[in-house]
Design a protein around this ligand. Structure first.
Ligand SMILES: [Mn+2]
Length: 334
């Protein structure tokens, strides 16, 4: 991707993150804005996401209070930059049609590439081996020989800290990037502090509700749990992993026309079973709930409109099948 030439030809650029933008998304967006302004100071830049997470709002408040991420596309644009997602579907219902011309759409992301990515963008930088989009943006400053301010270094380090769960998921390259950001003036205390948040009351109630409605399924020696909440299904999954599940699948039903599924697994589970919650579970569940699913090996989700109960049952079946399939492969090898 030739960022410099794309940005130099543009007059108005729209930078978008995924729906319910997390700190990796918003920090990458703000850093990208700075990178683009350094390349072309005449260009107008708008940042938009369908819903910015409460934690992201806090992060931006601490680290970049002057930046605004709008929840509506206000003006026109001649270049679109999508960050921390590589599918139009992840932009949220209202923004599905925002990406129009693949020739004027840039995608920078660290999730698994969606098979239709060519129809979305001809300028993609998808590095599934990276733990955060912020790492990729940090590299882009170097590649384009743009000097990074300490404030931008702090933003990028914060996104990296969030997506790696403060270095729980990490490798040499990630650690090296973090060190480089500190050397460029990132304030580690501010970064860590900006990410500390007490879940609000409704989120804590959702976590407790998920625990109360829990169903336990034994899959071999693994403990798979399912539950249902109205909202905060991802948070509920993390809570259930914390209390001892190997895999948690939580269905959310914010209203009667919406079904959301979230899933998490421990690293031990995915390492030993090689089950990928995105490809093996959430992708095949998409059609059943009248929507789409996807994600990572350890964290995946799906959005749709119907069949929540069936989907939870089916999710456990899919996990069981995937565990057995992988176990079969292993014995086949030896
Ligand atoms: Mn991310």
């Amino acid at each position: 991707m030739n960022l410099r030439s794309l940005v130099s030809q543009a007059r108005r650029i729209l930078i978008m993150g995924h729906q319910n933008a997390d700190p990796d998304a918003v920090c990458a967006m703000a850093a990208m804005k700075s990178l683009i302004s350094s390349i072309n100071s005449d260009v107008e830049i708008e940042m938009v996401a369908d819903d910015v997470s409460r934690l992201s709002i806090q992060v931006m408040g601490v680290l970049a209070p002057e930046e605004r991420i709008s929840e509506d596309v206000k003006g026109d644009h001649d270049l679109l930059v999508l960050l921390d997602t590589n599918s139009r579907y992840q932009l949220g219902d209202r923004f599905q049609e925002v990406p129009q011309n693949p020739e004027y759409t840039i995608v920078i992301d660290h999730h698994e590439p969606n098979p239709d990515i060519d129809q979305l963008s001809l300028h993609t930088l998808v590095r599934s081996d990276r733990y955060s989009t912020c790492e990729i943006i940090a590299d882009m400053f170097d590649e384009n020989e743009i000097k990074m301010s300490s404030g931008i270094a702090s933003l990028l380090l914060t996104g990296l800290l969030f997506d790696t769960r403060r270095f729980f998921y990490s490798d040499t390259i990630t650690l090296r990037t973090a060190l480089a950001l500190l050397e460029r003036g990132a304030n580690y205390d501010d970064c860590v502090r900006s990410l500390i948040i007490q879940p609000d009351r409704s989120e804590r109630i959702a976590r407790l509700t998920a625990a109360g409605r829990l169903k336990i399924h034994n899959v071999g020696n693994w403990v798979v749990v399912t539950s249902k909440v109205r909202a905060f299904e991802a948070s509920a999954c993390r809570a259930l992993i914390d209390v001892g599940a190997d895999v948690a699948i939580v269905g959310g039903r914010p209203d009667k026309n919406q079904v959301r599924l979230s899933s998490r697994s421990t690293r031990e589970f995915s390492r030993e079973t090689r089950v990928n919650l995105g490809a093996d579970v959430m992708e095949p569940l998409g059609p059943l709930i009248g929507g789409k699913g996807g994600g990572h090996a350890n964290a995946a989700g799906a959005n749709g409109v119907e069949n929540l109960e069936e989907a939870l049952t089916r999710a456990v079946d899919l996990i069981r099948m995937a565990v057995e399939r992988e176990a079969g492969k292993n014995t086949g090898d030896t």
